[in-house]
Ligand binder design. Structure first.
Ligand code: SF4
Ligand code: ZN
Length: 343
């Protein structure tokens, strides 16, 4: 295969384990592309794509998603939730590109949440700072320590022996930190890098946990319409897979790290991810089928589960942030941490 020098360098520097790298390489089909004479790098069910065609296919899919689900309007002020990982870097780059074509690139900024995970997050943030500087996008930072009084590492030490996992507390804190951060920056929408892998896992996770009300809130654009305190979220990478995003970052030469969060292993979500990945490699198309089925059913689910209970927004009696309970999950977690600290 005749790869360009830059692509060879990217793949050589790729930080995944050899096993994962082999898996990725198995998706690179070394045949002549139907669309051009260059060497193909990716296989779709009905055709193969060369490097240039893959990039076009990928970027067009993002634009189609934005248009189909009406994710971005000209007057929007967008804040992109970034971590420095491949998904958020890609969504930041492409939404910035989309706005630049309309000369609206000043309507975007980035927000990173520093959870306080030693020897992990600082590396991705360092890369992110350089990336934002190159794009001329302002990067804002919120830390769990400043916002909630604990780094994630500290919180997990205190929670040892409880049934609260790292991802439980991290997800709870992140949701609130992102919402408050985006609101304080005057965002009309919060952009996230969720892809078809994340969404198919979210759908199954909420089915398995019997969370049908939460299930109704998934999708490429979600949020409580009409509530000033809640910033709606949009997912322009919704129709793309993790594998495609990884390949895109390699082909574009984004020097992004692929290391996983040290707390991700052994989580329930991780188990669902492995199950879906296995089905995807056995059957193919499983992830997009789950998402398509969900989108087809979403309206009916909303009718059944939201209309019954109403869509009125309620607020936490402690912090006054949107919450479905008297005390929001974030305040409940903070109370628990305070108690564990004293004991
Ligand atoms: Fe947080 Fe879990 Fe994601 Fe790690 S894997 S950043 S602990 S949600
Ligand atoms: Zn609260």
């Amino acid at each position: 295969m005749d790869r360009t020098k830059k692509e060879r360098k990217r793949i050589k520097n790729y930080t995944l384990t050899p096993k994962k790298l082999n898996k990725l390489n198995s998706t690179l089909i070394f045949m002549t592309c139907k669309h051009c004479q260059e060497n193909p790098v990716y296989k779709l069910p009905n055709k193969t794509l060369c490097r240039g065609c893959f990039i076009k296919y990928f970027e067009n899919k993002v634009i189609k998603t934005i248009r189909k689900f009406k994710l971005i309007e000209l007057e929007d002020n967008l804040v992109v939730a970034t971590s420095g990982g491949k998904d958020s870097i890609t969504v930041l780059y492409l939404v910035h590109k989309y706005l630049s074509r309309k000369n609206l690139q000043k309507n975007i900024s980035a927000l990173v949440i520093d959870e306080g995970i030693d020897d992990y997050r600082e590396h991705t943030i360092k890369f992110l700072e350089g990336f934002c500087e190159k794009l001329d996008v302002k990067l804002h930072k919120i830390t769990y320590k400043d916002k909630f009084g604990y780094t994630l590492d500290e919180a997990i030490k205190l929670l040892k022996g409880t049934n609260i996992s790292a991802c439980n507390i991290c997800g709870t804190f992140r949701r609130q930190a992102l919402n408050i951060g985006a609101r304080e920056l005057g965002a009309t929408k919060l952009v996230t890098g969720h892809n078809v892998d994340d969404e198919s896992q979210n759908i199954l996770l909420n089915i398995f946990k019997n969370n049908f009300k939460i299930l109704t809130r998934l999708g490429p654009n979600n949020g409580v319409v009409g509530d000033d305190k809640f910033i709606p979220r949009i997912k322009p990478l919704y129709m793309l897979s993790e594998k495609e995003i990884r390949l895109y970052t390699i082909l574009k030469g984004f020097d992004v790290g692929y290391d996983e969060c040290p707390y991700s292993r052994g989580s329930f979500r991780g188990e669902i991810g492995s199950m879906v990945n296995k089905l995807e490699s056995d059957v193919g198309g499983v992830k997009s089928s789950i998402v398509k089925f969900y989108l087809e059913s979403k309206e009916d689910l909303q009718k059944k589960y939201l209309e019954e209970e109403g869509t009125d927004v309620t607020y936490c009696s402690k912090c006054n942030e949107p919450s479905q309970r008297e005390i929001c999950n974030t305040c409940a977690m903070q109370e628990l941490l305070e108690k564990l600290k004293k004991d």
